[in-house]
Write a protein that binds this ligand. Structure first.
Ligand code: 2AM
Length: 509
């Protein structure tokens, strides 16, 4: 039984994320009470960390944990997403959690679950959902944190969240390097801010992950095209990514790509590890959730969905090996200039990335209407500048864009991004055309370009499509020479039948 009520915060679930978050909080001088279902795990954790700046209190029951934490209690829950979150929430409520207390679900919960839980538990406590990005290292030394829940409750969590989050240099907009244990980063702009009511934090975390999928796919396609068209070895590609990391593409994912490509196989120093890694990508589901949500809301986030499908296609390894024996592609040898192609791939990557982020922000804009949130997009891009997997110099440009124009309809229309697309599109088209000519799969580059060209087209072929719908299903159409909303139908084929004006949906007729 904990003897004093002294802990600033409680934490349930001591798997690696829970342990690292607890240590990060304690590093910043907060006292943390910890509980784990399997008591020995908690005992081992306490024994392994006797000397943290804030101190850890080990609790053997949920009741002990509640007794140890100062009121209003803040209890972080880091258990497996799904039913376990409800199990733990109910245990806490059963053990005497009070109405002012906060449960903060830091797992990868689906935002719809968080909306439900916030409602279901609103009589017993204040339920928060906070996205935590940056993996195990981020949790330990500075994650990007996306909290959603009751706006009044946020002020109780804010000092701790701001202390433990990654920090960004206010001058450069770049993440400050992760600190060593016991040397927390104190200065800089914290990568956390209140996101919105109920599931808003978990929703924005999901969009982060959806963007992460497409970011990774685009980098992989850039690697694949340069490797195949220029016959470059991984250690020749590594310095190209390292150089890109000094410019517009400066980001964590480009940085680790440069590292990965120069890594030799620990089993065979003559080969590169990347060539020994099987080309089948796994997934945990957040990219899929993002794509399903895009389909549900009718938002064209095609590049994000394409990145999910690219992983699905990669997973069909046995089928692909078999198909490769039967299905022919073109014979193609690139005979152009090496550096020119490398620059073109760079620009294709940058332009595609702009479209991918534009899609992610379009989704959040649509979700505002769907779930009654009000997002601060400059702040969201700001939170992602440090701590998380998609951290990048690029995000400062997005913060700038939404600071200039908070109501920006689409990121593509921001003057900076527009200029980049205008400058890079010729190279982008060259790369997509080369991929098609050479028969190299580059679905994300192609899909992003299709989005760009579709979005900037005042006229698309949907006139024919809608006419087809009216032809076989009497689904009606609008006319270019009539006000929007006026509906018409023809009994096709109809050389001499009149067009019928249809009542607008919802009208009294
Ligand atoms: P355990 O060590 O007892 O398995 C990740 O699975 C973390 O969530 C672990 O700390 C695990 O505790 C905890 N966890 C998973 N399901 C749980 C549940 N239903 N109740 C409490 N903790 C749970």
């Amino acid at each position: 039984m904990a003897e004093q009520t002294q802990a600033d915060i409680g934490l349930i679930g001591l798997a690696v994320m829970g342990e690292n978050l607890a240590l990060n909080i304690a590093d910043h001088g907060f006292n943390v009470a910890v509980y784990n279902r399997t008591t020995q795990v908690m005992k081992n954790f306490i024994a392994a960390n006797p000397d943290t700046p804030g101190g850890l209190i080990g609790c053997e029951s949920v009741a002990d944990l509640l007794a140890a934490v100062k009121k209003p209690r803040k209890i972080i829950v880091l258990v497996k997403a799904g039913a376990a979150v409800d199990t733990v929430a109910q245990q806490l409520i059963g053990a005497g959690l009070e109405k002012d207390d906060l449960i903060i679900d830091c797992g990868n919960s689906q935002w719809t679950d968080t909306i439900r839980r916030e409602k279901d538990y609103s009589r017993q406590c204040r339920f928060f959902g906070s996205g935590v990005s940056g993996g195990e290292v981020g949790a330990r030394f500075g994650p990007s944190l996306m909290p959603g829940g009751d706006a009044q409750a946020w002020r109780h969590l804010e000092p701790i969240w701001k202390a433990i989050a990654a920090k960004v240099d206010p001058g450069t907009g770049k993440a400050i390097e992760t600190a060593k244990p016991g040397q927390p980063v104190k200065d800089g702009i914290p990568c956390t801010a209140y996101i919105g009511e109920n599931g808003a934090g978990h929703y924005v975390k999901m969009i982060h992950n959806g963007i992460e999928y497409i970011d990774m796919q685009l980098i992989s396609e850039a690697y694949f095209l340069m490797r195949n068209l220029l016959s470059l070895q991984p250690d020749e590609l590594s310095p190209i990514f390292a150089r890109w990391n000094q410019g517009d593409l400066d980001s964590y994912l480009i940085e680790i790509t440069a590292d990965i490509l120069k890594q030799r196989d620990p089993r065979d120093a003559d080969s590169f590890l990347v060539d020994r890694v099987l080309d089948t990508a796994q997934q945990k589901g957040t990219g899929k959730w993002t794509s399903i949500n895009a389909l549900d809301m009718g938002i064209p986030a095609n590049a994000i969905a394409e990145a999910v499908f690219a992983r699905c296609l990669s997973a069909l390894k046995d089928e692909r090996i078999e198909a490769a024996k039967h299905l022919a592609g073109p014979r193609y040898t690139y005979s152009g200039d090496r550096d020119e192609l490398i620059n073109a791939v760079h620009d294709a990557l940058y332009c595609s990335k702009i479209c991918a982020y534009a899609q992610g922000f379009q989704l959040m804009r649509a979700a505002e209407g769907e779930y009654h949130w009000k997002f601060d997009f400059a702040s969201i891009a700001g939170i992602w500048r440090g701590g998380c997997i998609i951290r990048a110099r690029f995000l400062q440009k997005i913060t700038d864009a939404y600071t200039r124009a908070p109501g920006l309809v689409n990121l593509l229309l921001d003057p900076y991004f527009k200029e980049q697309l205008h400058k890079g599109q010729s190279h982008w088209r060259t790369v997509v055309a080369l991929a098609a000519q050479a028969g190299l799969a580059a679905p994300a580059f192609m899909s992003a370009l299709a989005y760009y060209d579709g979005y900037r087209s005042a006229q698309l072929p949907a006139n024919l499509l809608q006419a087809q719908r009216d032809y076989f299903g009497a689904h009606t159409y609008e006319r270019t020479d009539e006000p929007r909303g006026a509906l018409f139908h023809l009994d096709w084929p109809a050389p001499d039948r009149p067009e019928i004006a249809m009542p607008a949906p919802g009208s009294a007729v």
